[in-house]
Design a protein around this ligand. Sequence first.
Ligand SMILES: *Cc1c(COP(=O)(O)O)cnc(C)c1O
Length: 458
Amino acid sequence: MDQPPSGLDALDHAHRHALAWLASLERRPVPPQASIEDVVQALGAELPEQGADPAEVVDLLAKACDAGLTGMPSGRFFGFVIGGTHPAALAADWLVSAWDQNSGLRRVTPAHSAVEDVTSAWLVDLLGLPAGSAVGFVTGATMANFTGLAAGRDTVLRRVGWDVAGRGLQGAPRVRVLVGAERHDTVDLALRYLGLGAPHAVPVDEQGRLRADALHEALAGTPAGPTVVVLQAGNVHSGAFDPFPDAMAAAREHGAWVHVDGAFGLWAGATASHRHLVAGVDGADSWATDAHKTLNVPYDSGLAIVRDPAAVRASMGMHGAYLVHDEAGEPFDKVPEISRRGRAFPVWAVLRSLGRSGVDELVDRLCRHATAFAEGLRAIPTAEVLNDVVFTQVCAAFGDDERTQEVGRRLLADGTAWMTGSTWHGRSVLRISVSNWSTTSSDVERSLDAVRRAVEGL
Ligand SMILES: *Cc1c(COP(=O)(O)O)cnc(C)c1O
């Protein structure tokens, strides 16, 4: 091997700290053991006049941060919808930083462009989406929602003769946007970025699924015109999926662009056991999903998928125009930014490591653990599972709101597991999201024991 340039023993130090951190996950409490102030103190708030050796700096960083780290990659972290890091993705992510490929331009990095092409084809195939769809490697589902909705906004306005790239939105025909009442807040955020304002909320059923009949009514009852409908694959509380075929049919009658937020739920399409949940989802125009949740890739990794590559290129390309006559287009035509890291490398690595059956098995296993949680919870006195557990999400209550919140506090103090307190349908809930590849049945048992202890102590 070539001799490495000086200063690079910092990488060996980082490697050792990384392995020590990963090894500690099994025994360390999942919640952090130091406050922000503690970590600031350990780091030192002043920027020193004199610098330091890179290896020393890495040691200082690791030492000062250790107690302030949360066990998010732990198999017993069930908060938010987080996901861990598969070893293949993590190792590839180290190479991403070392290789330092700016991946915005196709010909500048043949390696990344090749990996992005291959990975894109694998992804649309695994998720059951139309072959040839454009796949943009973005930071997360928020930006994926933004990207899909930008293509949608511009397309529906183009159809009525309005060119957003040239004329902006001032004076444009109004775009009506319809979403389920329980969409993720980041959909609203993306709509704000896009200058579309607050959407029209369509009523949902008891699992938080948009009601297709209500969508039908809302479409008939609001002024017609350029229309965007946002559906959801995976409600963060219940895990429920919108009724795609019926909702899509209603949207089509009104010429709407249909976007699907499937940040974690779109992965149901990669399993034989849960594929029925996303039946018909391939009829949409754009889809947002994360690789950093269900697929267990490190941050920041989201996927913006658009059926018509020309539509996303017109919105996101540097020279926005609907018909650009070059074959492949540039990677930056599919995402909001120009310069970016080689995000396709870790996604390729985890897919290559798992293979088609491994992805199926991963998603299926997360769902089986969620079901085991629901069963275990039902056996705990006063515990109630509030949702139909169809995917990876479980919402539980333990009597009144005060008791449920107290169980959440006791769990955090116990440290065995992390579950998120939330409010769903007017009730305090404890939410369990099973999203980590490394979660085992024994992690589920240990976590259920912790819930049992918290309830018994009340
Ligand atoms: C997490 C999530 C988002 C936002 O994704 P980020 O990756 O955090 O940007 C959007 N929608 C749903 C349903 C989610 O679960």
